[in-house]
Design a protein around this ligand. Structure first.
Ligand code: CTP
Ligand code: CA
Length: 223
């Protein structure tokens, strides 16, 4: 099955993929982050390279080997990831945002380790820039694909995100199902496109799903 996607569907096309979580520093020893493993993004990168794409992964902190024939840029925070994405934009035909970017970061980063004092404490947070929106609204925009992790009203929220972020395509996964998604080896998704086309992919390995997504992205990109 795998071999039928090892076509030349993306021969010479430059694909950039954001993957994994970001880490937002609180002080020199602490951060805010999430459970994203980066597996989905790395599987898509692997499939893109198999399809002949010149593939770059902008990776947050993950424990994964770089797929064969992919270039990898390691970043830590959302701000780092944003800068890296902006640097890639001139050399990018397709941007696929799989990263679980932290929505907020601490408004200030303490220079020294914060000491324990009162029984309660709070940290002021400030919103991070939306990376995929910035990519999709660039004057030299690539074909832009986003992901949407939702726990309810998946179709409505996903389509709304596609509109708001000016995306060409969005891949929705229902993270209310604990067995699939965020940190597992399997996933199930529904893809929504601008032309109202949609396609559901039943639960399968992220490796296989990566190939199916790349096949769909390649056909939409060429239209
Ligand atoms: N994304 C991004 N930069 C951010 C936040 C999200 O590039 N600062 C991208 C993700 O990589 C994903 C898409 O936007 O492709 C949707 O992410 P998601 O967290 O589902 O959407 P948000 O807009 O952050 O909305 P919310 O978390 O409130 O559902
Ligand atoms: Ca978010």
């Amino acid at each position: 099955v795998a071999n039928c996607f090892e076509s030349n569907a993306l021969d010479g096309i430059r694909v950039v993929i954001s993957a994994g979580p970001t880490r937002e520093a609180i002080d020199p020893v602490r951060y805010i982050s999430n459970h994203s493993s980066g597996k989905m993004g790395f599987a898509i990168a692997n499939a893109a390279a198999e399809a002949g794409a010149l593939t770059t992964i902008i990776a947050g902190p993950v424990n994964l080997a770089t797929p064969e024939n992919c270039q990898r840029i390691d970043v830590t925070s959302a701000q780092d990831m944003y800068q890296s994405a902006m640097q890639q934009i001139g050399q990018c035909d397709i941007f696929i945002a799989t990263a679980a970017v932290a929505d907020y970061r601490p408004a200030t980063v303490a220079e020294q380790k914060i000491k324990k004092n009162d029984d309660t404490m709070s940290i002021q947070l400030t919103k991070n820039i939306d990376i995929v929106s910035a990519v999709a609204s660039h004057s030299n925009r690539p074909f832009t694909v986003g992901f949407a992790a939702e726990t309810q009203d998946v179709e409505r929220y996903a389509k709304d995100k596609m509109q708001r972020k000016n995306l060409d395509m969005i891949v929705a996964n229902d993270v209310a199902n604990n067995n699939i998604g965020f940190n597992s080896d399997d996933n199930a998704v529904t893809i929504f496109c601008r032309d109202d086309d949609s396609m559901a992919i039943a639960q399968t390995s992220k490796q296989q799903l990566g190939r199916l997504l790349i096949a769909k992205i390649a056909s939409q990109y060429k239209q």
